[in-house]
Design a protein around this ligand. Structure first.
Ligand code: SF4
Length: 388
């Protein structure tokens, strides 16, 4: 049975500032920097609005500062935010991650972060190819990415992950191999690899609409994914989720809370929260993706979010577990389903699972259906098959 990750709880802080807009990005961010100080004040107000609530009586095991670009905040601002978190919440942190962009990384910044208690870094490298970085409108260069990784090697923070993007328009397999080879010089403990997707309202979507960019075809993306999995595996990194690869024991704890229905609270514009008081119900809410509103309403943000919260009943929770189980290497565990969700698979679901085993998309291990490499490439389809 997988570890009871649903019993862990996490905190997520969204820092919505970026130097410039990456062409593919649909996260919530702003490029104007003058609101940093008011934002930090508002974020602290939102954190403090949880004081004395039943949420605050919980113990939290992970803290993740993401964005946007958290490394655009001064260490003193991060310190103020962390102090507020410690005042309001009980922490037994097993993982404390901060996202950094390579152009902000220096050994002294990493040392400062380590002193704040950060024990994991997430770095958006995406590619080492200069032209491709320009095409994606990333703020960093190849040499900055290499310098940042060199700094990581000397950093007191030993645990980190690097984001890579594959399936870029016109990207050849050789170019992808070069990215992997360059990255492997540093032996990262964890890699998150994403296929470049065309999200609505991004500069990339516009370029595609105008015919200036031709997206990679599905077969090429699948070929890249397969090659990536093979290469990373040969370097000791196992695929434990559709986009996540880790050396044994280096799997990201915070992300796993999202996949196993652990409780998490999100702070900052656009941040999501999820709370499951019992195995049979949960609520999910999010903050508006609007910095101006956030600055005006920081004290009421929690109530506004909760008023609009989506309630999840037992069947919605089970459905989501089934869907998510087709995205993780640990797969679907019948005993876990029974013990945690008090749910028995239907006859139709049993039949579907057996068919998936027959097609070698899953393999059976005791009470578990584990996803195979081939299964990973169609995990959305498998999830849908199981719940429809
Ligand atoms: S730095 Fe990250 S959050 Fe900011 S625009 Fe680029 S991809 Fe998006």
């Amino acid at each position: 049975m997988p570890k009871r990750l649903d019993l862990l709880s996490g905190l997520y802080l969204h820092i919505p500032f970026c130097k410039q807009a990456c062409s593919y990005c649909d996260f919530y961010f702003v490029t104007r920097q003058e609101f940093k100080e008011p934002f930090v004040n508002a974020l602290i107000q939102e954190i403090e609005s949880y004081e004395g609530t039943h949420y605050a009586s919980n113990t939290f095991h992970t803290l993740y500062i993401g964005g946007g670009t958290p490394s655009l905040l001064a260490i003193s601002s991060l310190q103020r935010i962390i102090d507020a978190i410690k005042r309001v919440f009980t922490l037994e942190l097993r993982e404390f991650t901060v996202e950094l962009n390579p152009d902000d990384v220096s050994l002294s910044y990493l040392r400062d972060l380590s002193e704040l208690g950060v024990n994991r870094i997430s770095m958006g490298v995406q590619t080492f190819a200069e032209e491709r970085l320009k095409f994606m409108h990333r703020a960093h260069s190849r040499s900055q990415a290499i310098q940042a990784l060199e700094a990581m090697m000397q950093s007191p923070i030993r645990n980190y992950t690097v984001d890579l993007i594959y399936g870029q328009p016109g990207q050849s397999l050789e170019e992808l191999y070069e990215d992997i080879q360059q990255l492997m010089i540093f032996n990262p403990p964890h890699i998150s690899a994403y296929a470049l997707t065309i999200e609505k309202n991004t500069r990339l979507a516009k370029q595609v609409d105008l015919g200036r960019v031709i997206p990679a075809v599905d077969d090429t993306v699948a070929e890249h994914m397969e090659a990536l999995e093979e290469r990373l595996f040969s370097h000791g990194l196992n695929r434990y989720e559709v986009s996540s690869f880790a050396r044994p024991g280096k799997e990201a704890l915070h992300n796993q809370l999202y996949w196993y229905h652990g409780n998490y609270l999100g702070f900052g514009p656009g941040a999501h929260s999820f709370w499951k008081p019992s195995s049979r119900s949960a609520v999910r809410w999010s903050n508006a993706r609007n910095l101006t509103k956030y600055l005006e309403q920081a004290q009421q943000i929690r109530e506004i979010g909760l008023e609009r919260a989506e309630k999840m009943d037992h069947s919605a929770l089970v459905e989501e577990y089934l869907w998510l189980s087709m995205r993780t290497a640990s797969g679907l565990d019948r005993e876990y389903l029974q013990n945690v969700y008090e749910y028995q698979l239907t006859e139709r679901q049993e039949t579907r699972l057996e068919q998936m085993v027959h097609h070698k998309w899953l393999r059976k291990e005791g009470a578990c259906y584990r996803i195979t490499s081939t299964g990973f490439s169609i995990s959305d389809r498998l999830g849908l098959d199981l719940i429809s």
